[in-house]
Design a protein around this ligand. Structure first.
Ligand code: ADP
Ligand code: MG
Length: 363
């Protein structure tokens, strides 16, 4: 079964899709190409259009304009059951009156596959989600995590090349969610199926995905690898949404310099030519400006306002002389403590030009 899945994997594309409800545009000219075998997450706040986008792929939502492609097949007007796409929702949507086995084999029944093929497929699907021996259990006898695995097995038993998931782990508690994230990632590696995964949890999206598509108000703002999204956000919305960043207003001086207050900061990358600009400071990019390591770096001088012991690190809050507040971390070891200042003391921080990121305001 697993080898067959590899053979059938397929890419999916959305081309210039618009979805309007009356005068409201839930999707505003969205285009997305997902490569065969790729794991792409759709990440955005509630109401940004994630479920609507997934609905286009699954066939539950008809686009007002634009088209949907499965490989080189135009499926824009194909009904859901003809698309052969596995779907897992946030609520498990299992049939409560059926056993685990009956739930999982339901897609085989719906597709009228010969009954003689069912036992092998059921066994493989149960093995895959580590529920062997559970086929005769009732749904109400299972934990939340087990139910979600039944839903996964049901989505995969008919060997779809594309699996869609809409916040499948959001109903689970934190520990189980993390376990399931690892299991899903492992399954993806083993099966090689194409996965489009909706979540509003940025950590989940960053740790699981090959690429993440950031949605905001019905548009895809940036589609990129987790590293690129974190280090090179396209605008202030992405920068605020990803990671632990402080945004400080800056003014453009020329192609490589910006002004923070009246202080010049050097950039390794070209400064965007936009009206309203922000410096994006990630806590982990800042370090105390001492010694040769800080040569050629931008310096941010300020006063320590607070220190917070957080176990593995000490978080230090700083008010900058140029205006604005930010924080950075020191390792809670001997070297880190040697650099620690008390509230009220002055401190100089360094930021490498490569790590000095400027973004335009979002529209
Ligand atoms: P998300 O999944 O990101 O939370 P949705 O895709 O569910 O967002 O919804 C995007 C926007 O479209 C929301 O403002 C929602 O109210 C609106 N919307 C979704 N479905 C309908 C519908 N059937 N009729 C009218 N508005 C809808
Ligand atoms: Mg949703």
């Amino acid at each position: 079964m697993i080898e067959q899945l590899n053979r059938d994997r397929v890419g999916v594309s959305i081309k210039d899709a618009v979805k309007s409800y009356g005068i409201f545009r839930a999707l505003d000219n969205v285009s997305l190409d997902v490569a065969p075998g790729e794991f792409v997450s759709i990440l955005g706040p509630s109401g940004s259009g994630k479920t609507t986008l997934l609905g286009l792929l699954g066939g539950f939502v008809q686009p007002t304009s634009g088209s949907i492609w499965l490989g080189d097949r135009d499926i824009t007007f194909e009904p859901p059951h003809k698309r052969d796409i596995g779907i897992v929702f946030q609520s498990y949507a299992l049939f409560p009156h059926m056993s685990v086995g009956e739930n999982i084999t339901f897609p085989l029944r719906a597709r009228r596959l010969p009954k003689s093929t069912w036992p092998d497929k059921l066994k493989a699907a149960l093995d895959m989600v580590e529920l062997s021996g559970y086929e005769n259990r009732r749904i109400h006898e299972l934990s939340g995590g087990q139910r979600q695995r039944v839903a996964l097995a049901r989505a995969m038993i008919f060997e779809p090349g594309l699996i869609l998931m809409d916040e499948p782990l959001s109903a689970l508690d934190k520990q189980l969610r993390e376990t399931m994230q690892i299991e899903l990632k492992r399954l993806h590696h083993r099966l090689g199926a194409t996965i489009v995964y909706v979540t509003h949890d940025q950590r989940e999206a960053l740790t699981m995905s090959d690429r993440v598509a950031i949605m905001h108000k019905g548009r895809l703002v940036q589609v990129d690898t987790p590293e690129r999204l974190h280090d090179h956000p396209a605008n202030a919305f992405v920068a605020r949404f990803i990671g632990e960043a402080t945004l400080l207003p800056v003014r453009r001086q020329n192609d490589t310099d910006v002004l923070l207050g009246d202080q010049v900061l050097k950039m390794a990358h070209r400064v965007p030519d936009a009206g309203s600009l922000h410096l994006v400071v990630h806590a982990e990019k800042l370090f105390v400006a001492e010694g040769s390591q800080a040569e050629g770096c931008n310096r941010l001088a300020g006063t320590v306002t607070d220190t917070l012991y957080q176990g593995e690190s000490i978080r230090v809050f700083v008010r900058l002389d140029s205006g604005g507040d930010l924080s950075f971390r020191l390792a809670s070891n001997h070297a880190g403590r040697a650099l620690l200042k008390a509230p009220g003391e002055t401190i100089a921080l360094a930021l490498h030009p490569e790590d000095t990121v400027i973004v335009p305001e979002a529209d």
